[in-house]
Design a protein. Structure first.
Length: 166
């Protein structure tokens, strides 16, 4: 894990920690926040509730097959996604062929789905933590990483990505 933690920090991540799968907080209630509160719900290709045949229970079972990974913290989602995708690629090349990153999509300024167009980066786009039933707040707080509810739109944001490695 140290190799991937060090690379993520070198690439500009603000916080990076290794995790064991037991550190990941799965909670099906996150779907409520997507369905009833997310302004992007249904407007992004990476929203799994829109295009995936998998249920949240199935995502939970899938991710429980991983043993460990890293969580990457940045101040913007584009950096988090860029770094996590690169780490996923490195893991794959190192023989971890099931490596998979999760990240709020920040590849495009406006998702192509808003114009009923196909995804511009289908090989790089990934769902976010909450998109697969993971409570990001509980997960990162349990790992002593900073994350608070924004009370002011000008406040510094903490974005998190993860790379699940097996």
């Amino acid at each position: 894990m140290k190799k991937y933690v060090d690379k993520a920090l070198f690439m500009g991540a603000k916080n990076v920690v290794a995790f064991n799968i037991e550190d990941i907080a799965f909670d099906l209630r996150v779907v409520l926040k997507c369905l009833f509160g997310c302004e992007d719900y249904g407007h992004m290709h990476t929203c799994p509730y829109q295009r995936s045949p998998l249920s949240m229970e199935e995502y939970h079972r899938i991710f429980k097959n991983y043993k460990h990974g890293i969580i990457i913290g940045c101040n913007n989602k584009h950096d988090c996604q860029r770094i996590s995708y690169e780490i996923e690629r490195d893991c794959f090349l190192d023989g971890y062929y099931f490596a998979f990153s999760l990240s709020d999509c920040g590849l495009c300024k406006k998702c192509a789905k808003a114009s009923n167009m196909p995804c511009v980066f289908p090989k790089k786009s990934r769902p976010a933590f909450h998109g697969v039933g993971i409570d990001v707040f509980k997960t990162v707080r349990n790992l002593n990483l900073p994350l608070n509810v924004l009370k002011d739109l000008d406040a510094e944001q903490n974005w998190y990505s993860a790379v699940f490695i097996e």
